[in-house]
Design a protein around this ligand. Structure first.
Ligand code: HEC
Ligand code: HEC
Length: 214
């Protein structure tokens, strides 16, 4: 719909600008249609109507934009196999990926990974410095590992270790709490052991800090 608007606006401009404008609009339409067509009729809107425009996250559905493709692929498998059993995972994701074959899952993971992620910026700014210290250094005396060691600088992630920088405060907090409450994510992930040692204040600080990281 954006394309129609931009073409309309260009009509008021001089002839040269108008032609360039139309060409740009056509290119934009082609670029918009091309990736969706690659999925045998599978529509990215099946995901973005919950995960928000461009996969930037919406309400309880986390941002997928810029997430590590290997991590997205693994989570889809874990939803399908019901090993990721968080309340919202059961409620929303078990059904959403039930009919997704591995090829389509891989294509969707690759698609979302290429979108530039935007930070949620919705944590408590006064807790960000404390969160950053835990992220970078852990809490050695409490045996809490540095998140940095696995999730990397600015929480960008690597391979199937997820990007954390800029995810929503509410989502990060819920994930960290739920491991401590005995919910699972994938098989063999270190996170239940890491998260079980975190208290409520530490979780709030970490989730606040990470929501601002870009
Ligand atoms: C009905 C709403 C809904 C639909 C449709 C939906 N999702 Fe989700 N998705 C969610 C919610 C809610 C969560 C958070 C689950 C949790 O809190 O454990 C989630 C979580 C995820 C995660 C985990 C992200 C992370 O950071 O761990 C991935 C990956 C994912 N969805 C991919 C998809 C894909 C791909 C599609 C389309 C095939 C899709 N989702 C469709 C609601 C939805
Ligand atoms: C030993 C490596 C390691 C350390 C240390 C570690 N993580 Fe993780 N983290 C992982 C892996 C691997 C996953 C993916 C889990 C899965 O596959 O389900 C993950 C997942 C997460 C997620 C889920 C993200 C999402 O999109 O749902 C959060 C949040 C998280 N880690 C936060 C932290 C925090 C905060 C710390 C520091 C207190 C930390 N991690 C320390 C390896 C680590």
């Amino acid at each position: 719909m954006d394309h129609a608007v931009s073409v309309g606006q260009r009509r008021k401009e001089p002839e040269v600008m108008r032609r360039v404008g139309l060409k740009m609009a056509l290119l934009a339409v082609v670029a918009f249609i091309a990736p969706a067509a690659a999925w045998d009729g599978l529509n990215v809107k099946n995901c973005t109507w919950c995960h928000g425009t461009s996969g930037q996250g919406y309400m309880v559905a986390p941002r997928l934009a810029g997430q590590r493709p290997a991590y997205i692929f693994k989570q889809i498998r874990d939803f399908r196999e019901h090993t990721r059993d968080n309340p919202f995972s059961r409620q929303y994701m078990w059904g959403a990926v039930a009919a997704l074959d591995p090829g389509a899952a891989r294509d969707l993971a690759a698609y979302f990974a290429t979108i530039q992620p935007k930070p949620a910026n919705d944590g408590d700014p006064t807790l960000a410095a404390a969160g950053r210290t835990i992220y970078m250094e852990g809490i050695p005396e409490a045996n809490i590992a540095a998140c940095y060691a696995c999730h990397g600088p600015n929480g960008v992630g690597v391979r199937d270790i997820p990007r954390l920088g800029g995810l929503a405060y509410f989502y990060l907090k819920a994930r960290l709490e739920q491991w401590g409450q005995g919910y699972h994510s994938g098989v063999g992930t270190p996170m239940p052991i890491v998260a079980r040692q975190l208290g409520p204040a530490e979780i709030e600080a970490l989730a606040s800090y990470l929501s601002f990281v870009r």
